[in-house]
Design a protein around this ligand. Structure first.
Ligand SMILES: [Zn+2]
Length: 399
């Protein structure tokens, strides 16, 4: 009936709206209400005439928007340079559900068991996601859902992994758990037997990443204790060893835990990274204050792409530098990513028509401004403890 008349007009308008999001919004706005038994004659007529009134208005609005966009100067937006773009299609995740929840353990459908006997609480997670150039249009957004995962090593005492040392291995693992629990150090610890222990509740922040930086396609994150989950392996990078060694059981458990957390919070694969990749030192503006998993993290076996190949956002976005110690610790893949990041930063300076030292000063100043802003906001949130308002806060110096 009515659809046969109005549908072509709607499609004609929709075709002229270039931006797919706006097009979808338009189509949603003009979509006819679902047909139900009660909505007959008069209702249909009402919606029909409503649409006839809306369509010309939308046409004029679309025309004005397109004309304004054509006239407006290009916004000064930060775009991820080549090599930094995170537009990796995340593989579809199988659905993982909780099979059983007991007083000391949770069991999941992918085989994961989480031991909850040592779990502790901390303050509730709350952080500001700082817009890159995207949907929030210059407004930081307060969130409480984890945006990513940082992988760590405990760098704790290790004894040979042998059956006759089982008791000592268990004792060392348990004292480690109590230690990290007292410090609210991670959300999860995977011991040498591959057992997964919850340390800090997922909805709370944990003290695992200190000063740190990460950037995805839309958001910048500073100080990831609040925004990223911390997963640590009972492991140590021994003297003369380039990376920590994991037992096969630890790798299998990490894959199942990553699968659960990614599915639960829709975490993109490129936001699952190692501590060195995110760690920074604001005192000397160097990358890699913490160097755990500088190389050798088994991304592939954990079900992730090789995220060592991502250019370091702290370098590209804020002009951090890599000292020789970090270059030495980094494996070849991360070293390549550092070089890629440095080249990208030089290209940004050239594009801005600035000499490198001056441009670095500007980028580092922006980092310090944002850091002060994030710290102040965290402090205020802690004081107010009014939860996730979902309200945006205007960025300092932002539009
Ligand atoms: Zn760490």
């Amino acid at each position: 009936m009515g659809r046969s008349i109005e549908q072509p007009s709607i499609e004609l308008v929709a075709r002229h709206i270039g931006d797919p999001v706006n097009r979808l919004r338009f189509l949603k706005a003009v979509a006819p209400p679902p047909t139900r038994g009660g909505r007959s004659g008069p209702w249909r007529a009402f919606f029909h005439y409503l649409l006839l009134a809306i369509v010309p208005l939308m046409l004029v609005a679309a025309f004005l928007v397109v004309r304004a966009a054509a006239r407006a100067p290009a916004p000064e937006a930060w775009k991820p340079p080549a090599g930094l773009s995170r537009s990796v299609v995340s593989p579809a995740l199988p659905e993982v559900w909780m099979v059983e929840k007991g007083s000391s353990e949770e069991v999941f459908s992918n085989g994961l068991h989480i031991d909850t006997r040592f779990a502790v609480s901390n303050h509730a997670r709350s952080y500001l996601a700082l817009p890159l150039n995207g949907p929030a249009g210059g407004r930081a957004v307060r969130r409480s859902v984890p945006a990513g995962i940082v992988f760590h090593t405990t760098e704790s005492l290790q004894i040979p992994f042998e059956a006759q040392r089982n008791r000592a291995l268990k004792r060392i693992g348990e004292s480690l758990l109590q230690y990290v629990g007292r410090r609210c150090a991670y959300h999860y610890l995977i011991d040498r037997f591959g057992r997964v222990f919850r340390v800090v509740a997922e909805q709370d922040a944990a003290n695992h990443a200190g000063y740190s930086v990460w950037v995805d396609d839309h958001w910048r994150y500073l100080n990831l204790n609040e925004s990223f989950l911390g997963v640590s392996f009972e492991a140590r990078t021994e003297e003369g060893q380039s990376d920590a060694r994991l037992s096969p059981a630890q790798v299998r458990s990490a894959a199942m835990l990553t699968e659960l957390l990614r599915g639960r919070y829709r975490i993109p694969v490129t936001n699952c990274v190692t501590h060195l990749q995110v760690s920074v030192n604001p005192d000397n503006m160097c990358v890699g204050y913490h160097t755990d998993w500088a190389s050798g993290f088994p991304f592939e076996q954990v079900g992730l792409p090789d995220n060592y190949s991502l250019a370091l956002p702290s370098v590209v976005a804020f002009g951090f530098v890599c000292d020789p110690a970090v270059r030495e610790a980094a494996g070849p893949r991360l070293l390549r990513a550092i070089e890629l990041a440095e080249t990208a930063f030089e290209q940004r300076a050239a594009a801005a028509g600035m000499r490198l030292p001056a441009y670095r000063k500007t980028a580092q100043r922006e980092y310090r401004t944002l850091l002060a802003y994030v710290k102040k906001a965290q402090h205020e949130t802690r004081d107010a403890s009014d939860g996730d308002s979902g309200q945006g806060d205007r960025l300092p110096g932002g539009p």
